[in-house]
Design a binder for this molecule. Structure first.
Ligand code: ASP
Length: 323
């Protein structure tokens, strides 16, 4: 009886929370360093979701490290009240294959709130690299085997995935240098401490445009129309057959977050996805804001499970996973 009363009062508290949600600051966990590609999306999204959530303050919590798994785990273990949510990318689908024993279950530990955008990646070189296009890069790589450094945001990150695919396609091993996100990796690329980096356009377009780094190609099937990136060939047309990867971001809440709260967050996300300012900012960075049914939580989950099913055999067949 006592247990029943406790359960009933816990349920009432959740209902009461849902009624008044949001009444305090919401924190979006970004599992990578500040100033990087996922952080950039999160900050623009926070701004666009603020108004539909009644003007509440939304902060970004950069819980970086271990290729994104520290932040994802932090969000999975947070109180399921909607005040801690997670913005994460394709790592949700590739990490279960790329990394054994991640501390959370992608399928069971989260409520899926809807997807945000699709983001191409770009292959970049340090500004002092003698190669000025992909053909020259390819011969520079053959002449420098065993001496090349490639940065990434840790095992399981998007840059790790792209770097593995690149080494696998060329059959060349490079020394990988892990960072807590590609923001610090980019600083080292610009400074010439690392040779190569494959990173999302939400971080790279401004640096390519200002010629702070060398851009060699995009990972999409077609060239991009974004002014800063339109001159880059696709890596496929440059010679890397079948090399195609698009990063996507989705919004998650800890499992058990009340349904009304999930619905309020989803409704605010949908307003953001139609916000012309948000769309314009994302397009300027080469990203495409989701305008299809993946903005629904159930479709978001279906998409992530399909991505796991798609990537798992590709990564296993390529032998590009790590312990
Ligand atoms: N998205 C990561 C970041 O924001 C980079 C990555 O996954 O490669 O730093």
């Amino acid at each position: 009886m006592k247990r029943l009363l406790v359960l009933a009062s816990a349920a009432l508290t959740l209902v009461a929370q849902a009624d008044t949600f949001p009444s305090k600051t919401i924190s979006i966990v970004v599992p990578f360093a500040a100033g990087g590609p996922t952080d950039r999306v999160a900050r623009d999204l926070a701004e666009a979701m603020r108004k539909p959530l009644g003007g509440v303050t939304i902060v970004v919590d950069n819980a970086a490290g271990a290729g994104g798994s520290i932040g994802a785990n932090k969000a999975a273990r947070a109180t399921p009240d909607g005040y801690t949510i997670l913005l994460h990318h394709i790592g949700m689908a590739t990490m279960p294959t790329l990394v054994r024993n991640i501390p959370f279950k992608v399928e069971n530990d989260f409520e899926y709130l809807g997807m945000v955008n699709d983001v191409p990646m770009t292959l970049l070189g340090r500004p002092s690299l003698p190669a000025n296009n992909y053909a020259e890069l390819s011969s520079w790589i053959s002449q420098n085997k065993g001496k090349i450094n490639l940065g990434n945001a840790g095992v399981g990150s998007a840059s790790h995935l792209c770097g593995l695919m690149f080494q696998n396609a060329l059959n060349v091993d490079m020394t990988t240098i892990p960072y807590k996100g590609t923001a610090p990796a980019m600083t080292d690329l610009i400074g010439g401490q690392i040779d190569l980096l494959c990173d999302q356009t939400t971080n790279t377009s401004t640096f390519i445009e200002s010629k702070k780094v060398k851009g060699y190609g995009v990972t999409t099937a077609k060239r991009l129309s974004t002014p800063a990136l339109k001159d880059l060939p696709t890596l496929q047309e440059a010679g890397l057959k079948g090399f195609q990867v698009t990063i996507w971001h989705g919004l998650y809440a800890p499992k058990g977050t009340p349904l009304d709260v999930q619905e309020k967050l989803n409704a605010a996300l949908k307003v953001a996805l139609k916000d012309p300012e948000f769309i314009k900012k994302q397009e300027g960075l080469g990203a495409v804001v989701v305008a299809d049914k993946r903005s629904d939580g159930a479709e978001h989950k279906k998409f992530v499970l399909a991505e796991i099913a798609k990537w798992s055999p590709i990564l296993k067949a390529a032998g590009v996973y790590a312990d």
